[in-house]
Design a protein around this ligand. Sequence first.
Ligand code: FES
Length: 160
Amino acid sequence: AVAATPSPDPTSCTQEAVLVCTEAHLLREGRWSGQVHGRDVVVFHHQGGCYTMDRICHHAGGPLEDGDIEDIAGHACIVCPWHKIKITLATGESLYRAIDPATIKQRPPRTKWTSKGVKQRMHTAEVKDGNVYVTLSNNEQKVDSDYYYSEEYKKLVSAS
Ligand code: FES
C-alpha cells in the first residue's frame, strides 16, 4: 500500500486512492498509520467514523498515532502525546483554552475552548468491500502540518 515516489506537495499530490489496511484492522486497532504517496498519514476509527489526517503534528512534529482520543467541548480530538495539543478529528482544527473576554476582570477569568483554525491537513478515508482506502487532500489552502514536506524543512533536516 506504500507508493514508491513521494509526492509531498499537497497541491500536486497523486489523487489515486490507496488501500492502506483492512476494515477489520481498523476496527481492532482503532488506527492505522503509514505513508500514502510519500505523505505520512494516520487513520482513526472513532465511534463509527473514519478520520484521516497528516500523521506528524503541526506543532513540533509529534506522532499523532500515539495520542489518545478525548472529547473536548463536544468535539472528538486526538491529543498529541508530545505537548498535548488537541486536534479535532472531524476538521483538523487545533483547540485551546482562551480567556472569555466577558470574564476578564474576574480572578481567575473563565476560559472557553476556542479554535485556532485548521492546523492539521485532513485527507479522506473510505471503507469499501472490507478495505480502507485513503485519498490525499490537494486543497490549495496551506495548513501548518504542510511544513514537514516543505523545502525549508528538508533543508533543515539535511543540514543537521
Ligand atoms: Fe504535538 Fe507539540 S508536537 S503538541
